[in-house]
Design a protein around this ligand. Structure first.
Ligand code: GLU
Length: 310
């Protein structure tokens, strides 16, 4: 067994559809092809968005596809003390601070409202207030160091992101007392010994944030591989508006896992057509370099010619 450790990190907020199934297949293949270990982490911190039963469904869907994992399952909802500890350290080091701004206040105070996709850049209102840790109703923000974060992505190559310009000091602990994704993911990847994070490229800019948080905590961070997403014919990320592409819906229509995998393998450059196949059959010839560097367009038909975007 090699020293590569990867992870699957589904959020039990929605269903497994062709898009996230493709990213999970790639994460699985990459680790299995390198003879590494693949861990399973359920990212169930997003309180109100968690859907009851979604965890079970997602795990069943992955098993149906033939994707397995090693070791016990980890749930973020059971790891609060680790996130607390990391927050304490960042606060002590002066690299995080309490913030009482409401969303509305951030929007009003920002010089360029709605600048990025993720909302306005936080103008730093609470940065120098030194609000105590115990402040009621406070969120906690990471004090983003100035300058660009440059890193080498396994697929996208050299990437530079300036977090201060994109987003500013971002939330690492939410007002409701739960760790935010950007902190939890860093703490967990390192605690689990993850060396390779392969996921959708919608998280490419998040990698820069995660690297900064990791650096502040003195962590050795994993290598990142961000893969292009599946989009609809309108160029937008696969969603309900593109029809039901959940694995569940296909299964209910009598579509086999092999048929889905055939389409996925084709879209990953691992087959020349959508011939049905099994996940395990794809391991031997897998190489991330075979992955077309473009978005896959879902055109509503598992047998139609594959089309690309970008
Ligand atoms: N839980 C996240 C998602 O399902 C993935 C986060 C990650 O891979 O870092 O979008």
């Amino acid at each position: 067994m090699s020293g590569v450790v990867g992870r699957l990190a589904p959020s039990p907020t929605g269903v497994l559809h062709l898009g996230n199934a493709r990213s999970f297949l790639l994460a699985w293949l990459s680790v299995r092809a390198q003879g590494g270990q693949l861990l399973m982490r359920i990212e169930d911190l997003d309180g109100p968005r968690i859907r009851k039963g979604a965890e079970q469904e997602c795990l069943q869907d992955l098993e149906w596809l033939g994707l397995d994992w090693d070791g016990p399952l980890v749930r973020q909802s059971e790891r609060a003390s680790h996130y607390d500890e990391a927050l304490d350290r960042l606060l002590q080091q002066g690299q995080a601070y309490a913030c009482t701004c409401s969303r509305k206040e951030v929007e009003l105070a920002a010089s360029a409202p709605h600048a990025g996709e993720e909302g306005p850049v936080y103008p730093g209102t609470c940065r120098n207030k030194n609000l105590p840790r115990e402040t009621a109703e406070a969120a906690f923000r990471f004090l983003v160091p100035a300058g660009e974060v440059t890193f080498q992505d396994g697929l996208c190559g050299s990437c530079s992101v300036e977090v201060t310009k994109d987003l500013g000091d971002f939330v690492i602990y939410k007002r409701d007392g739960e760790a935010a994704y950007q902190l939890a993911v860093v703490v967990d990847d390192v605690a689990m010994g993850v060396t390779e994070v392969l996921r959708g490229d919608d998280l490419l800019t998040s990698a820069a944030r995660q690297l900064q948080v990791g650096e502040a905590l003195g962590y050795t961070m994993p290598r990142y591989v961000h893969v292009p997403l599946v989009v609809g014919e309108d160029g937008r990320r696969l969603a309900k508006r593109h029809g039901d592409t959940s694995l569940r819906a296909f299964r209910e229509q009598g579509v086999s896992a092999e048929t889905i995998l055939g389409w996925l393998a084709w879209s990953c450059g691992l087959q020349n057509d959508a011939s049905p196949c099994r996940a395990a059959e794809l391991i031997d010839d897998f190489h991330i370099a075979k992955l077309p560097p473009k978005q896959v367009v879902w055109n509503g038909d598992l047998k139609a010619p594959m089309s690309w975007r970008g």
